[in-house]
Design a protein around this ligand. Structure first.
Ligand code: 3SL
Length: 235
């Protein structure tokens, strides 16, 4: 039976062997939620960058640019990192390609490329990711983007939710990280959004952008897509 392990921070990735495994990269607040939303709204593909200037430069190649640093939209780009940027229609996104850089999420994607498959996970596509993993039948590592190397509640909750969904078909008991995430998922019931009010990232976001981002990002199964990061592109 394949197993699910959870890497709580990109800083811990050197301890994980991703080869032969599927990496599910998650940054619930908000990069992976925004990537899933953008692709579900008809963005053709996204190219994640670690550096802001490299991302901005893609405008000259016809890309929309999306950039966040420390929770705020960077200057001189088309979009920030709110999923509502892909939903509110202020910047038409359908049929466009997007270059994106965020503080933690895009970095976690680049650090996970040693896996056989790198997919983007969010509560918004939780069921679709679970189905994808059932099909692959490979060991899974959930790579939590965290915040500047530190543990984040919301990414860990996603790991717990995914393990809970797959508990009958995957080994979810041989990793203490997965056991802890499963316990956390139970503790957060029945009001995940309410539970997350105490998280450091929600407090940071509330002081910057609207609370509605968090409430949207914890919705489950809004979109039936599994973005795959391959050859430098998410599509
Ligand atoms: O760090 C990231 O990748 C972002 O998701 C952070 S924020 O939610 O935009 O603040």
């Amino acid at each position: 039976m394949p197993s699910i392990d959870i890497c709580f921070s990109p800083e811990l990735l050197p301890l994980y062997d991703l080869s032969g495994r599927v990496a599910v990269v998650v940054d619930i607040l908000r990069a992976s939620s925004s990537i899933v939303t953008g692709l579900a709204q008809g963005v053709t593909h996204m190219v994640p960058f670690s550096e802001l200037e490299a991302c901005r430069a893609m405008a000259s190649e016809g890309y929309l640019t999306a950039a966040e640093r420390d929770g705020r939209q960077a200057e001189n780009v088309d979009l920030g990192n709110s999923p509502f940027g892909y939903l509110d229609g202020l910047v038409p996104v359908r049929g466009r390609a997007v270059a994106i850089t965020t503080t933690n999420g895009t970095r976690a994607l680049h650090l996970s490329t040693g896996a056989d498959h790198v997919v983007v996970g969010a509560f918004l596509n939780l069921g679709a990711v679970a189905d994808f993993l059932r099909q692959q039948q490979k060991d899974v590592v959930v790579v939590c983007a965290g915040w500047k190397g530190k543990f984040c509640l919301e990414d860990t909750l996603f790991g717990g939710a995914l393990a809970y969904r797959l508990a009958q078909e995957f080994d979810v008991s041989s990793s203490d990280a997965t056991l802890a995430a499963l316990d956390l998922w139970q503790v957060a019931q029945p009001d995940v959004a309410g539970y997350l009010l105490k998280s450091s990232h929600v407090r940071r976001l509330n002081s910057l952008e609207s609370h509605k981002d968090m409430e949207f990002c914890v919705r489950e199964d809004e979109y039936n897509i599994v973005p795959v990061f391959r050859n430098g592109r998410i599509e």
